[in-house]
Ligand binder design. Structure first.
Ligand code: P6P
Length: 321
């Protein structure tokens, strides 16, 4: 039993612990492959294909999708999944009696792969609403975030870390590469109530709604008690990386509606909702600029949504009318 599994056995059911065990195994493989970038490994660069929603696929996107699918199928406790890389959800026939389903972005930020910038896997777990023993249905994956029972991300960076919650707080594990095991480094993390960082692609400033423009100007102008700037901009262009820094240091991440992306760019089901679940477990919160992300009713598997999430004080400020 791995340390991660040991910890989860005190936090959740054996089935949920088994799901995280599958994610753990798949992340070992991906962490190694990501680490080979630049060595001519033939899994870098564009795959030439497109995913279900027209995003150019990187070879590592497709590779990650296969690795996570194999691991989750063999866990025996996932009845089906919805992945960013496939247009439709998939029933894992061999696990039709299983009670859980997973929504996943196997590799977010993959355009950063070739320039050695950190990337991540995002996932969320639901109890299926369809009949156990039957194929999974679309409704299994279009559940509100308030019904999510666990979520996490894996950040492939200077070190590989898994951040997770099963509803009892948010915990951080670091992968010890040579031993192939995760070690808990932080538990019951609460993101600072206020922060110093706002993360947004300001090239779209002219498209932002007046409320957001006001917030950006507020961040640019706000001084601390020493008369120094209170806030600074940090934007890696990788949601998991920006989220992780802001989670630990305090801050806000915003991908709003823009001219090119009137519904935002991020996917509600397998990016926004799992990240909203995680920040809510760490005393922050997430909205689509108007409503709590966890209260939204998804209507399509790959629908997009604006995403505002982070420290309470900064979120309250950006949400002010
Ligand atoms: P832009 C990566 O493609 C991603 O989905 C997020 O990880 C990241 O925060 C965002 O898009 C970057 O998008 O339009 O600012 O380059």
């Amino acid at each position: 039993m791995t340390e991660l599994n040991n910890f989860l056995s005190t936090e959740t059911t054996p089935e949920i612990a088994k799901i995280f065990g599958a994610i753990e195994k798949a992340s070992f493989i991906l962490s190694k492959e990501v680490g080979y970038q630049g060595l001519g490994a033939d899994i870098l660069g564009a795959d030439g294909g497109e995913n279900s929603t027209g995003d150019a696929q990187q070879k590592l996107d497709v590779y990650a999708d296969n690795v996570f699918e194999r691991a989750l199928r063999s866990s025996g406790v996932i009845a089906g999944w919805a992945s960013e890389e496939s247009e439709k959800f998939v029933t894992f026939e061999e696990n039709k009696d299983a009670q859980y389903v997973i929504v996943i972005d196997p590799l977010d930020g993959s355009s950063n792969i070739d320039v050695n910038v950190s990337i991540g896997t995002i996932f969320g777990i639901y109890k299926r609403v369809s009949k156990v023993g039957a194929p999974v249905t679309l409704n299994d994956f279009l559940q509100k975030g308030s019904h999510m029972i666990a979520a996490g991300y894996v950040l492939y960076s200077v070190s590989t870390q898994m951040v997770l919650s099963t509803g009892h707080g948010l915990h951080v594990f670091t992968l010890e590469q040579w031993k192939k095991s995760y070690h808990r480094v932080l538990d019951h993390v609460h993101t600072p109530q206020d922060g110093k960082v706002y993360s947004i692609n300001e090239v779209n400033f002219d498209d932002f709604d007046p409320k957001l423009k006001r917030f950006i100007q507020y961040c640019r102008d706000k001084k601390n008690e020493k008369g120094k700037r209170q806030y600074t901009g940090r934007y890696i262009g990788s949601l998991v990386s920006d989220f992780h820094r802001n989670l630990l240091k305090g801050g806000i991440y915003v991908y709003p509606a823009t001219g090119e992306a009137p519904q935002g760019k991020l996917r509600l089901v397998y990016e926004c909702i799992p990240m909203a679940y995680l920040i809510s477990q760490a005393s922050g919160y997430a909205t689509n600029g108007v409503d709590d992300i966890l209260k939204l009713q998804p209507t399509e598997l790959h629908q997009k949504s604006p995403l505002y999430l982070g420290s309470k004080v900064m979120m309250d400020e950006v949400m002010k009318d």
